[in-house]
Design a protein around this ligand. Sequence first.
Ligand code: HEC
Ligand code: HEC
Length: 310
Amino acid sequence: MSSSWSWYIIILTVVFTIAITWLLLANSRKTKADEAGTASDTGHVWDGITELDHPLPRWWFVLFLLTILFTALYLALYPGMGTFDGKLGWTSVQEANAELDETNARLETLYAGFRDRPLAELAKDPNATKVGRNVFANNCAACHGTDARGAKGYPNLVDGDWLYGGEPDTVLASVLNGRHGLMPPMVATLPGNGVDEVSHYVLSLSGIDHDARLAGEGKAKFEAVCAACHGVDGKGMHALGAPDLTDDVWLHGQGNLAAIRDAITYGRSGEMPAWEPIIGMDRSRLAVAWLLAQGAANAESESTAAGNAP
Ligand code: HEC
Ligand code: HEC
C-alpha cells in the first residue's frame, strides 16, 4: 500500500471517529424542556404513540463512549490505521504460521515413532496403517481410487502385480520419485500385417481367444520388436515399468484385440508424480505401509476364497 493511501485511510478514520464523538456529545445534554417533561415531539406518531425528542438514556450513552474508546485502543494495538502495524505487532500470517507450527510439532511426535522402523513392520502396525490410509485418501485416491484398486491407466496397487516391482523399498521409490512409463508407437516397425500378427500373439500369451496362424507369425516379430521392453517371454520388465503381458491384469482397460492394437499403434504412457517434494518421506512411508497391508490382506482373502489356504 502506498503511503498516500495509508494517510487517506488514517485521516478518514480519525475524522469520522471525531465526528461521531462530537455527534454523540452534542446530543447528550438534557434541555430544560426535557427536565420539565415538555420535550417537543419529533412529529412521528404511530398507533397512538408519539415519539418525543429526548437525549439517549445514560447507559446507552456510556456504551457508545466505551465503543469509541475500544476503537482507539484497538487501532493502537492492532493493524488498522493504514500501514501502521499496531503496538502488538500481530499479523494474521503470523497467527496462521503459529498454528501450523503447532500442528507440525504434534505430527512430528506422531511420525517420529514410525521413522526408524522398517516398512514391512509398519505394515503390520494398525497405528501406522491408520495414518497411512489417511495420507493415501488425501493424496493418492484421486488417481488410484480410495481402495487403491486403480482405474484405466492408473495401476491397481493392491493386486500383487507391480509394474516397477513390489519390494517395499521399490514401492517406496515409486512414490518418492514418481514414475514415467513410456511405450512409443510401434506401428512403423511392423510393416504389412505385422500389427495384427503381434496382437494375436499377445492375446495368445495370456490365453485369450486368438488366431493361431497369425499368432505364430507374430512370435518372431514380438521377440524382435517388443521383447526389448516386455521381455522375450512377455513377462514385462520392472526397470522400465513395462507390464507383464502374460497375465490377466491390464493397465489400459481390457485385454482384447482392439486395446492391444491401440497400444501398438499409438503407444502408451503413464505419469506418476514424485511425492517426496509434496508430502515428504514420513507420509510417503506410511502410505506405502498401508498399501502393503492392503495387498497382504487381499492376497490372503483370495487364497482363502480359492480354498487353498495352508
Ligand atoms: C495424478 C495421478 C496419480 C496420483 C495422484 C498418484 N499416482 Fe501413483 N501412479 C499414477 C500412474 C499413472 C502410475 C503408473 C505409472 C506408469 O504408467 O508407469 C502410478 C504408479 C504408482 C506406483 C507404482 C505401481 C507399480 O505397479 O509399480 C505406486 C506404488 C504408486 N503409484 C503409489 C502412489 C501413491 C502412494 C500415491 C499418493 C502419495 C500416488 N501413487 C498418487 C498416477 C498417480
Ligand atoms: C520402449 C519399451 C517398449 C517397447 C519396445 C514396447 N513396449 Fe509395450 N509398453 C511399454 C511400457 C512402459 C508400457 C506401459 C505404459 C504405461 O505405463 O502406461 C507398455 C504397455 C503395453 C501394453 C498395454 C498393457 C496393459 O496392461 O494395458 C501393451 C498391450 C503393450 N505394451 C504391447 C506391446 C507390444 C505388442 C510391443 C511390440 C510391438 C510393445 N509393447 C513394445 C514399453 C514398451
